[in-house]
Structure formats: structure tokens, C-alpha cells
Design a protein around this ligand. Structure first.
Ligand code: ADP
Ligand code: MG
Length: 460
């Protein structure tokens, strides 16, 4: 973010909220927050268009949190998102932003094995509900989710919601909610469907668009021409840059398989993420990538949208995507929230036209780099920094990250630096552990207790 961007004080948030933002390292507003929050906080219907990674979640989350009446345990805000992972991410961000007060309840509703716990939780009351349209519709129809006190309806990743469903489906959900609600639409692109959606759901909406040029400023973009064979070029890029963490994007599932196979022959660990995986497998893959148990994720475009995988130091486009907006989505995984990132793209003679479109769209000069300027590769050593363990208890057992950290450092005797990220889900949890301490940690946790209870622990 530039030095001229404003801090959150200027939009009039409460003092505890401001302090919490500081503790999260949110010192300045991102452009969509700076331009959008004045409308959002004044209850206007709102359309926010900005690239992934530009802080849209906090823009609507702060709006919701500012309006919440905590003494009322009926849902006051409903956030619709296209996928289950995104529901978890958005709920996580709202919880972090809501830490300034202790009893905000944020619930995700997106199907899967944990659903019956969720329904029980919902009956006990929740202030904010985040979920996927299918599941939300079901709970509205059965009367489990009651929305008569709803003040805010948010459609996050509205473009993707529409790709997956219809305007009618969303309208149906909205028909359960009070008409005097505030409705906000967030999207990275702006297809026609969004206009239709806005016309049917919103009144006098304020619209803020942040152009993508603005957003790709902190990403260093390099383009490499290859003759036919991309594999050799890919290995050269990895050997030369040796990224801490990297997403390799391919246009098809087959290419993903091919690339993962290539890496395997070079003894480089990678994870693959694509739409054919079960939701639970996808969640675990994202956790392993996020907690540094794997440095390379090979992905189709499924993973380029919405997912807030943080601190990706590099994105490689093994194939150029078929359109320029997808390109922006992909490279938006790196250089998040003002950090510098690197995006490398391989392209063949046949892909030149796409390259030209990208250059025109971003108003950049897609200067071609020479692969021969890079180191020759011998062995590429990209060992992950951590391994992941699972623990058979989660949020439903009231486990918090501190409980697991405590069990690992106090009881099992690990040094704090030997423990990485801890993810708490509804019924289980994951923690990253230094490789050489893995067996030790698993042994101790299985023998001991967490929060006075026994749990099963193993390598994930
Ligand atoms: P989007 O929904 O626009 O794709 P996110 O809301 O997922 O983007 O935000 C991307 C990342 O930026 C998140 O990791 C979030 O925690 C971080 N972030 C958001 N706002 C700020 C801010 N003002 N300062 C620093 N980091 C921020
Ligand atoms: Mg988002």
C-alpha cells in the first residue's frame, strides 16, 4: 500500500476495533476499504469490485461488526460464498476482526460431515452466518435458519456464485430476509449477471471499482518464451528462484498431473488441487500448503479464485490462462496486501496472442526474459519446512490454538519455533511440526491430554 493510503481512524471505527486492527497488522486501508467503507458504514447498498487479495473481506466484515447487536442472538448478517473453504476463510477473518469483543458468534454452514453440529450451534444462536447458497437455502426452508432480524446480506465472490447457480436461487434466499436490509455485492470481475443481481436485490447501490493496474503494482511479472517443451523451463525457474512457497497454475487437470509427475521424478514434493477432490481433501491440502508442510501447489483455476492462501512468494503460470482476468486472479495469490510477489509465466508461440491481450489489459510491457539467463539446474532441493499432524478434536471441544501450542511446548517439550501454524476446524485440528520432532510430538500428544481430554493424534 502506498504511503498516502489512510489509516482506519478516518472512517470512524470504534476504539477497540481500531486497536484490534493494529494488533492484526492492518495499519492502512487498502484501496477498496478506503473508498468503500464510508458507504458500507453508512448503510448504503454497495457493489465492490476489486481484485483478489485486495481486502474485500475486511471491508464488509467491519461493516457487519459495526452494526451488530450482541445482546440479540438471532442472525443479523448472512454472507453467501461459493465454496466451503471460502466460508471457513471468511468466517476466520470475521472472527479475527471481531476479537475486540469476546462473544461474537460466527457460524459457517456449508455442508459436509460437520453439519449436524452446525445445526445444533445454530439453534443455540449465532450473530453472523457464512455459507454456501445450497446449504443456506435448505436451512431457510426447514426453518432452522431464521433471518427475520437480518440487517446485512453479503454476496462475496458474486461472479462465482453466479457461475455456480442462478440469479433466481440468490433471489430466493433474499426473499427470506427483511427488505430494509443492507445488501452488498463483492466481486473481482463484473459480468452482466451481476447487474441483474444488483437490480433485483439492491436499491441505489454505491459502486466502487478498483482497477487491476493499481493492484498488480507490487507484483514483479516476468514472461519466458519456450519453444515446445515447458518442463525443462519449469525446472529452471524453480532452480533459479527456489521459492519459499509457490503455486504452479495449469489450464487443465491433465497438465497438473503431468507437472506433479515431473516434479516427483525430480524428488520435489508437491500437492495438487483441483475440483475433482473431495472437499475434505481440498481443505487438508490448503492447510498443508499454508502451514509450510509443502512448498509447491500445482493448481487449476479452481484454486486461483477467492482462496486466501497467504504469503505465497511466487506464482508460476505453466500455461497462460485463456483470458486476462484469470491471469490477474492467478497472480493475485502473491504480493498480497502490499507485500512484494513474483509472477513468472511460460508461453509458447501459440500463446503469443494471449500474452498481448494481457499486456494491453494491464497496460504493462510484457518483456520477454531469456531462459538462458537463469542458472542451469542440477539438483533442486526444495524440502518443506514442516510436517502436519492431525488431532481428533476441534472447535466443538472448545480447543483453541493456545491449548495445542501448550500441549506441544509445555507437555511434549517442543521449542516454540518447532511448532508452526495451528488450524482448528469444527471436529478436528491440524498443527505444523518440525520434521525431526514429528514422532516425538505424536507420541506425547497420544499419551497425554489436551484440555483434560484424550484425543487421537497422528501424521496427517
Ligand atoms: P479479497 O477478498 O479481496 O480477495 P482478502 O479479504 O482475502 O481479499 O484479503 C487478502 C489478505 O489481506 C488477507 O490475508 C487479509 O488478512 C489481508 N488484509 C486485508 N486488509 C488489510 C489491511 N488493511 N492491511 C493489511 N492486510 C490486510
Ligand atoms: Mg474475497
Amino acid at each position: 500500500m502506498s504511503d498516502t493510503s489512510k489509516d482506519f481512524k478516518s472512517v470512524g471505527l470504534s476504539k477497540p476495533m481500531l486497536e484490534n486492527l493494529k494488533s492484526l497488522g492492518y495499519f492502512k486501508m487498502t484501496p477498496i476499504q478506503e473508498k468503500g467503507l464510508p458507504f458500507i458504514l453508512s448503510n448504503r447498498d454497495f457493489i465492490g469490485q476489486a481484485n483478489t487479495g485486495s481486502g474485500k473481506t475486511a471491508a464488509f466484515a467491519l461493516g457487519i461488526l459495526a452494526k451488530l447487536d450482541l445482546t440479540n442472538h438471532m442472525p443479523q448478517a448472512l454472507v453467501l460464498v461459493p465454496t466451503r473453504e471460502l466460508a471457513e476463510q471468511v468466517a476466520g477473518e470475521i472472527r479475527r476482526l471481531g476479537r475486540f469483543t469476546s462473544n461474537i458468534k460466527v457460524l459457517t454452514i456449508s455442508g459436509g460431515v460437520e453439519e449436524h453440529h452446525k445445526i445444533k450451534s445454530l439453534r443455540q444462536g449465532a450473530h453472523i452466518v457464512v455459507g454456501t447458497p445450497g446449504r443456506i437455502t435448505k436451512l431457510l426452508k426447514t426453518g432452522v435458519l431464521i433471518t427475520c432480524d437480518l440487517k446485512v446480506l453479503v454476496l462475496d465472490e458474486a461472479d462465482r456464485l453466479l457461475e455456480m447457480g442462478t440469479v433466481a436461487e440468490i433471489n430466493h434466499i433474499a426473499s427470506f430476509t427483511p427488505t430494509d436490509r443492507q445488501t452488498m455485492l463483492f466481486s473481482a470481475t463484473f459480468p452482466n449477471g451481476i447487474k441483474t443481481l444488483s437490480a433485483s436485490l439492491q436499491e441505489d447501490a454505491a459502486q466502487v471499482t478498483i482497477d487491476s493496474q493499481h493492484q498488480t503494482g507490487t507484483i514483479k511479472q516476468l514472461f519466458f518464451k519456450v519453444e515446445n517443451e515447458k518442463n525443462d523451463a519449469l525446472l529452471r525457474l524453480l532452480a533459479h528462484y527456489c521459492p519459499q512457497s509457490c503455486i504452479i497454475f495449469c489450464n487443465s487437470r491433465e497438465t497438473c498431473n503431468k507437472v506433479a509427475g515431473l516434479l516427483r521424478t525430480k524428488k520435489i514434493d508437491s500437492l495438487q488441487i483441483h475440483s475433482d477432490l473431495e472437499q475434505q481433501e481440498r481443505t487438508l491440502i490448503l492447510i498443508k500448503f499454508d502451514n509450510k508442510s509443502c512448498r509447491i501447489m500445482v493448481a487449476t483455476d479452481l484454486a486461483s479464485r477467492g482462496l486466501d492462501v497467504k504469503n505465497v512468494s511466487m506464482v508460476i503460470n505453466y500455461d497462460l490462462p485463456s483470458d486476462h482476468e484469470l491471469y490477474v486472479h492467478r497472480i493475485g495469490r502473491t504480493g498480497r496486501a502490499g507485500q512484494e510477489g513474483i509472477a513468472l509465466s511460460l508461453y509458447t508461440h501459440q500463446e503469443r496472442a494471449i500474452l498481448r491481450t494481457i499486456g494491453e489489459y494491464l497496460k504493462i510491457d510484457c518483456a520477454t526474459m531469456d531462459l538462458n539467463s537463469l542458472k542451469k539446474f542440477k539438483d533442486i532441493v526444495m524440502r518443506p519446512f514442516m510436517s502436519t499432524i492431525y488431532i481428533s478434536g476441534g472447535r466443538k471441544d472448545n480447543i483453541r490454538p493456545g491449548d495445542i501450542l501448550g500441549a506441544l511446548t509445555k507437555d511434549a517439550g517442543l521449542k516454540p519455533e518447532e511448532v508452526g501454524k495451528i488450524h482448528i476446524l469444527e471436529v478436528n485440528s491440524y498443527a505444523a511440526i518440525s520434521h525431526d520432532r514429528l514422532e516425538h510430538a505424536i507420541g506425547h500428544l497420544n499419551a497425554g491430554k489436551i484440555k483434560g481430554k484424550k484425543f487421537r493424534v497422528g501424521k496427517a
